[in-house]
Design a protein around this ligand. Sequence first.
Ligand code: NAD
Length: 456
Amino acid sequence: MKVTNPATGTVIADVAADTRAAVRRKYATARAGQLAWARVPIRKRLATIAAFRERIVAMHETLARTLTHEVGKPIRQSRNELNGLLTRIDFFLAESLGSLREEKVFADATQKLEERITHEPLGVVANISAWNYPYFVGSNVFVPALVAGNAVLYKPSEYASLTGLHIAEMLHEAGVPKDVFVPVIGDGATGAALLRQPVDGVFFTGSYATGARIAAAAGRRMIKVQLELGGKDPIYVCEDVDVKAAVAGVADGAFYNTGQSCCSVERIYVHASIYDAFVAAFVDEVRGYKLGDPMDESTYIGAITRRPQLGVLKKQVADARKKGAKLLLGGAAVKDKGNWFQPTVFADVNHSMALMKDESFGPIIGIQRVNDDDTAVDLMNDTEYGLTAGVYTRDEKRARKILARVHAGSVYWNCCDRVSPRLPWSGVGHSGIGLTLSTYGIQTFTRPKAWHLRGA
Ligand code: NAD
């Protein structure tokens, strides 16, 4: 399988993709390795994750450069992702013992009865991952899954195979056995072959379309299925904000990672009384974003990782223009080697446009005028997705009232495009089922076993 740098269009590596037979063999390897791994004391399993953290620190710049070459992410943002990964690992190192400890939930001496819960590993799990934050979305699954005593068949996205191989190498060097963390390399067909193996759980990050296929494939098997899918995340800006500060925050939320984040801001609603001022300041802000060589320290907008996405963005632009939206900035692909799209801002958009309904996953945004909070809430909820949603206002009570009515897994007051290891990461509707992160996101890789113990 060829690995292409999306910023230049040049092939940078050739990796061996797994055949179906290889996938079957890898499954058998992981099945055999899991039992011994589950018997390793949890403190020792945690020690391997701590050693993995050390490997990341030692390899930091190499990993950042590989990521940038492979997905076109600006180099500073690749480094940020790795720094964020360290923080996540620290969370899992600190919280896993407590989250996975055997619990005594009832004891009655007269009945000689005790009730306990143990957290048993699921067994062999498939971790099918996305390319946009390969370290984040991968580690949210494989770190707690390994700590809990599972074997992991890890399929990185075909757009992030080199990063996936780095991860496997570092985990193995850190002491996770090769038959416990097993990389599976390939595209969607390889992912489908992996799912045909009798795994005990599927943890998927990717698009709704693929997620729906995976849910259907797993449906009759009675295994744990978690799907972290896309979003069409809205922000509502109220009239009482400091416009400049709100613009800076929301524009960054929309364009960071070249708009290719699951929780990128994808729709902006602005109160009518500050609409014109907000739109003008927003365009100014985005005009200042530098598009260019992702290896350049000053680049903020990188390449579009998947070439077919250029077609999606072009269609959204044409549709918005046809339906009367005002194009204020950008609006076209950049004619150069590699995959590039200009940072694009539309005003006067509405929900008849694909730009406000379908995930864009690129550096493009629509701003819509609203007259009151109720309309804003209705529009924010007018989506099949529900990953995140936010409101900018000085008034906490108003923010809480609005956010309580919004259907989303995560809600933000005066911030956006933010993930915390301490909080559960989950979606509503087409944004998925299940969760990662937080202590729930540690226990999710286990089956709680109920013990009824009566003394003789
Ligand atoms: P994708 O659905 O194209 O691919 C995801 C993974 O699934 C890849 O590894 C791919 O090879 C594999 N795959 C494809 N077809 C398959 C099949 N039939 N069976 C098994 N595996 C298959 O998604 P992508 O382009 O890698 O990622 C972008 C999407 O991911 C966006 O929609 C984004 O919003 C979403 N995402 C969500 C989160 C979240 O936490 N909710 C995080 C990151 C990305």
